[in-house]
Design a protein around this ligand. Structure first.
Ligand SMILES: NC(=O)c1ccc[n+]([C@@H]2O[C@H](COP(=O)([O-])OP(=O)(O)OC[C@H]3O[C@@H](n4cnc5c(N)ncnc54)[C@H](OP(=O)(O)O)[C@@H]3O)[C@@H](O)[C@H]2O)c1
Length: 392
């Protein structure tokens, strides 16, 4: 009798032992994926992804952007891929970048942000190749809305006409190697196309199964309300960090409508990471900081006072300047998912660890008070680009 019982249970026990072995073999992957992938599935993703279990921290914390049918649960910190190929100067070779993006996925990052204009096109291609082994386990956001003709950016021109949105979606799907775009943002408000038409077109793409969710960048309350009424918005993505706090005005509205917030350039394009000096210069070929008022030599030097305050705050709490900048953003709301970009494994680790570090609300208030007294020199954008991010 006991023998029969033993035999009837042994296949299950073997399965349990196999699963336990798989868990032991792949400890860093537990909880890495939001879609309920099992440990065994996660183990096979290591093999197919070519990644190696390094001693990097595992990002377990999740946050939810948006609500209801259009919500998206992702890691508390995403990865902004733009600077891997575009606007951030010299970057490592493609093979190294692919390895870096896979390391990010292996260590729990489940939101990767790109756009048609980054490159143009090549950044999406990189993301598509790097994340192909993680399909269904990480979310990719991309963006439409700039005018790109035959792969060439028509400087300063926007295009959110419905036929262009549909064209961009089809092409982005191919470059990203996915069946549906997890989150499709309008990159810049197009004054020539009513936002209802934009939202309605993305809604049609959602119903057609080509897009899963809709997002907006750098828009104001009226546009958010009108778009959301046509097609629920999952996330607003706007510049937000310790040196640019304007979006806070929108937080009550985002809370009211249940829209998530994705701060872009969360380290103010690297400045808050603390590695720059008054003598830092940018490669005019592939680094837009060369044109930004806050990164001109005089402004850089004066704004270092800001970074010194972050260093002081961090030194007393075991945090680097970058971790202070990211930690401050994360404690601003549970619906906030910053997307810092990096080309370095060391910075990836530093940024991931920022999620685990904490300061008290009183500490953060003290930091804000101290920083309020530091004058910020230079606008965030030159006049032509500033026009495209004015709140509407
Ligand atoms: N929607 C929009 O209009 C819009 C606009 C701009 C950006 N974005 C999105 O936001 C993402 C991030 O923005 P971003 O690249 O402008 O700015 P960011 O994330 O604030 O800064 C990126 C820069 O910071 C450096 N960095 C990263 N981690 C660091 C650390 N721990 N310590 C010191 N330096 C560090 C990186 O250099 P290393 O490579 O040396 O680490 C990189 O040059 C982009 O990739 C893109 O997806 C969206």
């Amino acid at each position: 009798m006991s023998n029969t019982k033993h035999q009837s249970h042994s296949p299950d026990r073997r399965a349990v032992l196999r699963a336990a072995a798989a868990l032991a073999a792949a400890p860093v992957l537990l909880g890495a994926f939001p879609d309920g992938a099992t440990a065994a599935e996660s183990t096979s993703s290591v093999a197919s992804g070519g990644g190696k279990s390094l001693d990097l921290p595992l990002l377990r914390q999740k946050r939810t952007l948006g609500k209801g049918a259009y919500s998206l649960e992702v890691s508390a910190l995403g990865f902004g891929v733009m600077g891997a190929t575009y606007n951030r100067g010299i970057t490592p070779d493609r093979k190294s970048l692919i390895a870096l993006l896979r390391q990010a996925a292996e260590h729990g990052i489940t939101l990767f942000d790109t756009a048609q204009i980054y490159g143009p096109l090549t950044n999406e291609e990189l993301v598509g190749e790097a994340l192909a082994p993680y399909k269904g386990r990480v979310a990719i956001s991309t963006k439409f809305g700039h005018s790109i003709v035959n792969g060439v950016y028509q400087t300063g021109k926007l295009n959110s006409r419905p036929e262009n949105i549909r064209r961009v979606a089809e092409a982005s799907l191919k470059r990203l190697r996915v069946e549906a775009i997890d989150l499709f943002y309008q990159h810049r408000f197009d004054p020539e196309v009513p936002i209802e038409d934009v939202a309605g077109t993305v809604g049609d793409l959602i119903r057609a199964g080509k897009v899963r969710r809709f997002g907006l960048c750098e828009v104001g309350p009226e546009t958010i309300r009108r778009a959301h009424a046509e097609q629920p918005v999952t996330a607003l993505q706007s510049e937000y960090h310790l040196m640019w706090r304007e979006p806070e005005k929108l937080f009550p509205l985002l809370a009211e409508l249940g829209i998530g917030f994705v701060p872009y350039s969360p380290l103010n394009r690297g400045f808050l990471g603390g590695d720059m000096t008054a003598y830092t210069r940018f490669d005019s070929g592939n680094d837009n900081r060369d044109t930004l008022p806050r990164f001109q030599p005089e402004a850089l030097g004066k704004n270092l006072l800001f970074v010194e305050a972050l260093h002081r705050f961090g030194r007393a709490r075991g945090m680097t300047a970058a971790q202070v900048a990211l930690g401050w953003l994360l404690q601003k709301g549970e619906n906030i998912v910053p997307i810092p970009g990096t080309t370095k494994l060391a910075h990836l680790e530093e940024n991931i660890r920022a999620v685990q570090l904490a300061a008290s609300p009183a500490d953060w208030r003290q930091l804000e008070t101290e920083l309020a007294a530091v004058p910020i020199v230079g606008d965030r954008y030159p006049a032509d680009q500033q026009k495209q991010v004015q709140q509407r």
